[in-house]
Design a protein around this ligand. Structure first.
Ligand code: IPM
Ligand code: MG
Length: 362
């Protein structure tokens, strides 16, 4: 007897700017792969970010959050745009992202910075410094200064005073440390924890707990680095790193810096996971208002985010490999390149790039 397994529901939240354009290509990839490999994936769409604000007056409508909660994984495009810069903080598109992260308890954010050999020339760093680069940044995503209380702007002594709180408890540090050690075990068994323990008490505790957890992973060699030095080392000799684990804000900064090593932020996917491998997957690039609506954005970061989804949330290694192989084949062909990665000045459109990947899927 054959029973068809339960479909896997993907909440597709395209969001704003190029988010919509790139996600469209990812959905084509999901549909084709579904047909090819009978994966039982089902997509449902809802608006998020500025798009949702325009439609429903809030960046994260109840229906969108409900779908994200009910789904087995979330595919997000991007949120934000200059149009919303003057909206009150609570209604800005970014709030949707922070809301989803915290409501879904997506504490472990994986941001790989991998250089495709064909793109070595696109990096602003010398090819020998970046060739073969393969780093995984594990960023804590639901705590730290992004969410710490108290926070606010208040009147004090006849002037305004702004304040935020950088706070971590032991459990929060321990679970992200475990996540990072597990990933290190599957890679080269080296982990660098980045903090500011020379100045901040919260970092002192961070370092202590990460060190304590390391006792359970004796095969992994653990080092610690201050955030300022880590930024410097990342551009000086990035290949010294394999897995990096760090706090919410330091990870935000480090991952942007790391993305540039690879030549184009348009290539980098990300995964944000809870403790049960439910995840939200999104390109690292934002909504890129400057090129939105022109159909020229690079959809590869979003397409590679689908590969991460298949790998981490659905344990579909073969399907994930299929996507990554197709992307590599397109890059190796060198015929189709979007504007951000072109070498000869010829730029393909978003949908041409999507089509090129589709053609290589088999
Ligand atoms: C990111 C972004 C977000 C963050 C913003 C848009 C809230 O920069 O995902 O890195 O700071 O986390
Ligand atoms: Mg960021």
């Amino acid at each position: 007897m054959t029973t068809k397994s339960k479909p896997r529901l993907i909440a597709v939240l395209p969001g704003d700017g190029i988010g919509e354009e790139v996600t469209q290509q990812s959905v084509r990839v999901i549909e084709k792969l579904n047909a090819l490999m009978d994966l039982g994936l089902e997509c449902q769409h809802e608006p998020v970010g500025g798009t949702a604000y325009d439609l429903h007056g809030t960046p994260l409508p109840e229906k969108t959050l409900e779908l994200a909660k009910a789904a087995d994984a979330v595919l997000l495009g991007a949120v934000g745009g200059p149009k919303y810069d003057s909206a009150p903080r609570e209604l800005r598109p970014e709030r949707a992202l922070l809301g989803l992260r915290s409501e879904l308890d997506l504490f472990s954010n994986l941001r790989p910075a991998t250089l495709f050999p064909e793109l070595a020339a696109a990096s602003t760093l010398k090819p020998e410094v970046v060739s073969g680069l393969d780093i995984m940044i594990v960023r804590e995503l639901t705590g730290g200064i992004y969410f710490g209380q108290p926070r606010g702007i208040e009147q004090s002594d006849g002037q305004r005073r702004g304040f935020n709180t950088m706070v971590y408890n032991e459990k929060e540090i321990e679970r992200i440390a475990r996540s990072a050690f597990e990933i290190a075990m599957q890679r080269n068994k080296t982990l660098c924890s980045v903090d500011k323990a020379n100045v901040l008490e919260v970092s002192e505790l961070w370092r202590e707990v990460v060190t304590r957890v390391s006792a359970d992973y004796s095969e992994v060699s653990l080092s610690h680095m201050y955030i300022d030095n880590a930024c410097m080392q990342l551009v000086r000799a990035p290949k010294q790193f394999d897995v990096i684990v760090t706090t919410n804000m330091f990870g935000d900064i480090l991952s942007d810096a790391a993305s540039m090593l690879t030549g184009s932020i348009g290539m980098l996917p990300s995964a944000s996971l809870d403790s049960n491998s439910k995840g939200m997957y999104e390109p690292v690039h934002g909504s890129a208002p400057d090129i939105a609506g022109q159909g020229i954005a690079n959809p590869l970061a979003s397409i590679l985010s689908v590969a991460m989804m298949l790998r981490y949330s659905f344990a579909q290694t073969k399907a994930a490999d299929t996507i990554e192989t197709a992307v590599k084949a397109v890059l190796a062909d060198g015929q189709i390149r979007t504007a951000d990665i072109t070498v000869d000045g010829n730029a393909a459109s978003t949908s041409e790039m999507g089509q090129a990947v589709l053609d290589k899927l088999q």
